[in-house]
Ligand binder design. Structure first.
Ligand SMILES: [Zn+2]
Length: 347
């Protein structure tokens, strides 16, 4: 093959340059495909550089073949070990030993997307952030005092009943609403307060088309001097217009233990624009949230002077909003984690 006969030193030099080139090339391979290309070039049994070196070994004088062979084997083992390490690093951990079938079509890469309920929460946070609201979070396992007592629930309120509520023990309950975080916020920070409180809540509800035992809730709380129902109405109407697009809203009197007066807010049905349809149960309106002025006793139980400060609060179920927005007929679809379903709401 060459004009001058190969010497042992010459062979050792070839081995050294092989190792100097193959090692970094293997280390630089950043995918199984790239590694396979490198393997074929350096270690391939058909035309690899190593195969070529092994042929050169046979051209050495007989007396040189033993030391040349052991030098060859040392280098071969080192490079193969580098290759094996790189292959293990790049291989999916569930493919043991030999690399997976290379004739298998590649998986198409896919990207996750934000869940439709989280999309609603994210949009709400964004709209209220522009109005100066920050986000507050709190524990999902609460004391009955935070979940009920501090929020002015009468002692015999059905929500406190074992049948309606998931108690962990006598003094721990899975919160039935995010309202305890209102009290915790009021205890931790002096007014003025503007917070949005997203989080999961738990009730002993059946898991059916319109109920789930665990669901997300978003509450908002504003406490300052001179806050009135006009602030509540203006802020929530602004939110509805931003969230649903320019729409009509209406407030209906309601009752909650922790607000007085209380009101539910409806928006004009986006499907029928008020003429009545299945989504709005023929009423022309869709209820989206409950609200009211914070009950003075709630302020007092959090240590806030109710003579000086007033406030308002609202609570909303983003899952219901997602159902209405996308015309989803069954709330359980939001819990199934079925990618085919969730992909429809990818943004
Ligand atoms: Zn309608």
């Amino acid at each position: 093959m060459t004009d001058t006969p190969l010497t042992l030193d010459g062979f050792r030099a070839l081995l050294a340059s092989f190792e100097q080139e193959a090692g970094p090339a293997i280390a630089a391979a950043d995918s199984s495909g790239a590694l396979e290309t490198v393997r074929a070039k350096y270690l391939g049994r058909a035309h690899g550089w190593l195969k070529d070196l092994s042929a050169r070994l046979g051209q050495l004088p007989k007396s040189d073949r033993a030391p040349a062979g052991s030098a060859f084997n040392e280098v071969r083992l080192r490079v193969e070990a580098t290759f094996d390490g790189r292959r293990a690093a790049l291989a999916p951990s569930n493919v043991p030993g030999e690399i997976a079938d290379r004739t298998m079509p590649a998986r198409r890469s896919w990207q996750g997307t934000v869940h439709p309920v989280s999309q609603v929460i994210d949009e709400m946070i964004e709209i209220f952030r522009e109005l100066g609201f920050t986000v507050a979070l709190g524990p999902e396992a609460e004391s009955p005092w935070y979940n009920f007592g501090s929020l002015n629930f009468p002692a015999d309120h059905p929500a406190m009943d074992l049948h309606d509520t998931l108690y962990l023990s006598d003094d721990a309950v899975l919160r039935t609403h995010t309202s305890p975080v209102q009290v915790r916020t009021l205890q931790a920070y002096p007014p003025p307060i503007r917070v949005l409180i997203p989080g999961n809540v738990h009730r002993r509800d059946p898991f059916d088309a319109s109920h789930a035992p665990t669901f997300a809730q978003v509450e908002g709380l504003v406490v300052d001097e001179g806050i009135t129902f006009a602030d509540l109405k203006a802020t929530l109407t602004h939110f509805a217009n931003r969230f649903f697009g320019a729409t009509k809203t209406r407030f209906r009197p309601s009752y909650f233990p922790f607000t007085e007066p209380s009101a539910e807010m409806d928006v004009l049905c986006g499907v029928c624009r008020g003429s009545g349809c299945g989504v709005c149960k023929e009423s022309g309106w869709v209820e989206i949230l409950g609200s009211g002025l914070v009950h003075p006793s709630v302020l007092e139980s959090a240590g806030v002077d109710s003579e000086r400060y007033t406030g308002w609060a609202f609570g909303m179920g983003p899952a219901r909003t997602a159902l209405a927005r996308h015309g989803i007929p069954d709330i359980r679809l939001l819990y199934d984690s079925d990618i085919r379903f969730l992909n429809q709401f990818a943004r």
